[in-house]
Design a protein around this ligand. Structure first.
Ligand SMILES: Cc1cc2nc3c(=O)[nH]c(=O)nc-3n(C[C@H](O)[C@H](O)[C@H](O)COP(=O)(O)OP(=O)(O)OC[C@H]3O[C@@H](n4cnc5c(N)ncnc54)[C@H](O)[C@@H]3O)c2cc1C
Length: 275
């Protein structure tokens, strides 16, 4: 559920719901009372900084556990004969042309995507009180409750480039203020841990799954904050690209050269959050 707090949010949310419906995705728009029915602990009073004016909702949506998914992929790869070597740093690469005649010489690649930490926060255990993922772009926080009972929370990336696997403290402070405003019931909850992961985000917020100007070098990157859910599609299309040395029709538009041609795919609104 994605909360709308301003008229602009409401307009955008309704447009997003309509766009989803036009594409066969079963999204709904809820008024504040319906928001409260889905998630009774949300504060829908009008005496807060940004009162709840409605929300987009996809009742069929759920949460995929990243650990389970990663291990399922790893086990299946292992069964299929793939060797997974852990803790092994790549320190360089060697290039050998596929064909001895007519092979293209390596050319310079564009500079890498900007990277920044994105952090997650986990609380102590609570009884189940929170039925769905709730996110608010405007006050900027998302909150869900894990099966064991922890609240799992997050927000946006740090606003500057960083490689440290921890986020800025002001980001934590702002998202906690937002969480307490939306869910006063959590005001005395203790955070147990926070951590940050590094995400690389392209300028149009869409991934690059592509051949490169260098023969036999392919890239699959720039997934930003949405690469987990993109994994099955990325795997399928990237495997096709490598096997055929040609993009799959689905990833053809996600080529590296779109930053030269200007055929950008603006996905800044895709996750309905500010990253
Ligand atoms: C807190 C947080 C919450 C997120 N929530 C979501 C979400 O809800 N939904 C969603 O879809 N996405 C989410 N994401 C984003 C998602 O995790 C990323 O988009 C995705 O992991 C990117 O996958 P990747 O394979 O491109 O890169 P990565 O997962 O970053 O993998 C790159 C790998 O390369 C390794 N590596 C780097 N350098 C070397 C080297 N020299 N030698 C060997 N190995 C090297 C790294 O150790 C790493 O394992 C979240 C990310 C974070 C940090």
């Amino acid at each position: 559920m994605n909360i709308a707090h301003t008229m602009q949010d409401v307009r955008e949310s309704r447009r997003r719901v309509n766009a989803n419906v036009l594409n066969g995705v079963d999204a709904e728009y809820l008024d504040p009372q319906q928001v409260k029915e889905v998630c009774p602990i949300i504060n829908i009073e009008d005496d807060i900084r940004y009162p709840v004016m409605g929300a987009t909702y996809q009742p069929r949506a759920g949460i995929a556990k990243h650990d389970h998914v990663a291990w399922a992929f790893a086990r299946k790869c292992d069964e299929m004969g793939v060797d997974i070597i852990q803790n092994c740093e790549v320190t360089g690469s060697r290039w050998r042309p596929r064909h001895s005649l007519g092979a293209r010489r390596p050319r310079r690649l564009p500079p890498p995507d900007p990277v920044a930490p994105l952090q997650a926060l986990v609380s102590e255990l609570f009884e189940p009180v929170h039925p769905t993922v709730v996110m608010s772009n405007h006050v900027h926080v998302y909150v869900s409750q894990a099966h064991k009972g922890e609240l799992v929370m997050g927000a946006g990336i740090d606003p500057y480039v960083g490689y440290g696997q921890r986020g800025g403290f002001h980001v934590i402070e702002e998202q906690m203020a937002a969480a307490v405003e939306l869910f006063p019931i959590f005001s005395r909850a203790h955070l147990l841990r926070t951590w940050g992961g590094i995400v690389d985000t392209t300028f149009d917020a869409s991934p690059i799954v592509s051949k490169t100007p260098i023969d036999q070098l392919y890239v699959n990157c720039g997934w930003g904050t949405g690469g987990f859910k993109g994994t099955p599609g990325a795997g399928l299309t990237f495997a096709h690209t490598i096997a055929h040395d040609e993009p799959h029709p689905l990833n053809a538009p996600f080529a590296l050269d779109r930053f030269e041609t200007g055929h950008l795919i603006d996905e800044h609104g895709a996750a309905a959050v500010a990253h």
